[in-house]
Design a protein around this ligand. Structure first.
Ligand SMILES: NC(=O)C1=CN([C@@H]2O[C@H](COP(=O)(O)OP(=O)(O)OC[C@H]3O[C@@H](n4cnc5c(N)ncnc54)[C@H](O)[C@@H]3O)[C@@H](O)[C@H]2O)C=CC1
Ligand SMILES: O=C(O)CCC(=O)C(=O)O
Length: 380
């Protein structure tokens, strides 16, 4: 008789299959504060994992896990594309950001982050803000995007929005031969921390915007703002944004917005926005190319925030961050040109570039553990 007790581990295999490309997934549960979070670490070849923390009322744990896995993989590519010494990670908190936040919940989250011993750094993302992380910072040093009043670089959505504007300039250069932001029509989905600032920047250049958000207050604010600028705004319903006759669709809310349904509706010439994981699948990138819609790879155009928070660990220097963020213009143009040369989609061109960088670095680096402190971490 075998001494090994047979148990059914089908469930476990399902989970390991799902995370087959990932190094580590941590489920965080704190009944006292109601915290239910998932931290996904995709790859630490380039350095400790880094990625924001999203808070959303996910319908199921599977949906939250799926989001964490997809977003953390995207961060590995974003770190490689931006040439920062970090790997890919992301956290998701299951909960309604309007109702379920408390200082204690974010402190509990901070403790879980700290328990990873420097393998994961995090900060704001969709549904979270710097105030939340002031609480988490009391429990761990692994918080980035720290407020200026606390010695950090401040709101990382500012460089993210700036980078998106540079990416749109590069896109306009490719479409129209000149990189002016004005005189072009945009359809913006989401006027949150990033989308609102992108909309403001475009209005100041005299652009016409179609905008949508589920938050009435943001819609009112942007309409008021438009009155002080040479630009103009038309508010549209959430589900009408995809079919607008605009030049550029600017997704700044959630992922998966390029899918079978929206593909039939797009009338734009390009898609260039901040949302992470805009393509539902790689095949949707191919379909965009077939329709002649230029696609700015999300993890390059939205890398301004990452650039700032990674740079913060060398000490705050706004000019350095601005100079690195401006480079997004060249990076997006380079990808467009490389895709044309290699006859691949823009996403394939970007992925190839990042995979080559990771492979080259992988020969010298490996799985990150906190036993060797990163040279740039001046705080420890
Ligand atoms: N904050 C940052 O620095 C970075 C953000 N991103 C990505 O950019 C996107 C936006 O991020 P944030 O502005 O920080 O988030 P946020 O939470 O501040 O803003 C999201 C906005 O989308 C709106 N929204 C939600 N559902 C909607 C719907 N069905 N239709 C229209 N609007 C809807 C929300 O009301 C909110 O105004 C996310 O995908 C995020 O992952 C990427 C890189 C950095
Ligand atoms: O903004 C941050 O805190 C890190 C960067 C990030 O999560 C992102 O670029 O999606």
């Amino acid at each position: 008789m075998s001494l090994v007790k047979k148990t059914s581990i089908t469930e476990d295999f399902t989970l390991f299959e799902k995370m087959s490309e990932h190094e580590q997934v941590v489920f965080c549960n704190d009944p006292a504060t109601g915290l239910k979070a998932i931290i996904a670490i995709h790859d630490t070849t380039l350095g400790p994992a880094l990625g924001g923390c999203r808070m959303q009322p996910y319908n199921s744990v599977e949906e939250a896990l799926e989001d964490a896995l997809r977003l953390s993989k995207g961060m590995s590519y974003k770190c490689a594309a931006s040439d920062v010494d970090f790997g890919g990670g992301k956290a998701v908190i299951i909960g309604d950001p309007q109702k379920d936040k408390s200082p204690e919940l974010f402190r509990a989250f901070g403790q879980f982050v700290d328990s990873l011993g420097g393998r994961f750094y995090t900060g704001t993302d969709m549904g979270t803000n710097m105030e939340d992380f002031i609480h988490a910072m009391k429990e761990t040093n692994c918080i980035v995007g720290v407020p200026e009043a606390y010695g950090g670089g401040g709101d990382s959505s500012i460089p993210t929005a700036m980078g998106v504007l540079y990416g749109i300039k590069a896109t306009n250069k490719m479409l129209f031969g000149k990189d002016d932001l004005g005189g072009v029509t945009y359809a913006i989905q989401g006027l949150g921390k990033v989308g609102y600032k992108v909309a403001e920047g475009l209005l100041e250049e005299g652009a016409h915007l179609f905008v949508t958000d589920i938050n009435e207050q943001s819609l009112q604010m942007i309409q008021e703002k438009a009155k002080e600028t040479p630009g103009s705004v038309t508010v549209v319903a959430s589900d009408e944004i995809y079919s607008r006759e605009a030049d550029v669709f600017v997704p700044c809310a959630f992922g998966g917005v390029v899918n079978d349904e929206t593909m039939k509706q797009f009338k734009v010439k390009a898609i260039a926005g901040s949302a992470n994981n805009q393509l539902l699948t790689e095949e949707h990138g191919r379909q965009l190319a077939d329709k002649g819609i230029l696609y700015a790879p999300d993890y390059i155009i939205n890398s301004g925030g990452l650039i700032q928070v990674a740079d913060e660990l060398y000490g705050v220097n706004k000019e350095r961050v601005l100079a690195k963020t401006k480079h997004i213009y060249d990076a997006i143009l380079e990808v467009y040109q490389q895709a044309e040369l290699d006859r691949v989609t823009t996403m394939e061109a970007a992925n190839r570039m990042c995979e080559q960088r990771m492979a080259a670095r992988g020969r010298r680096n490996s799985f990150y553990t906190s036993s060797v402190k990163p040279k740039w971490d001046i705080r420890n």
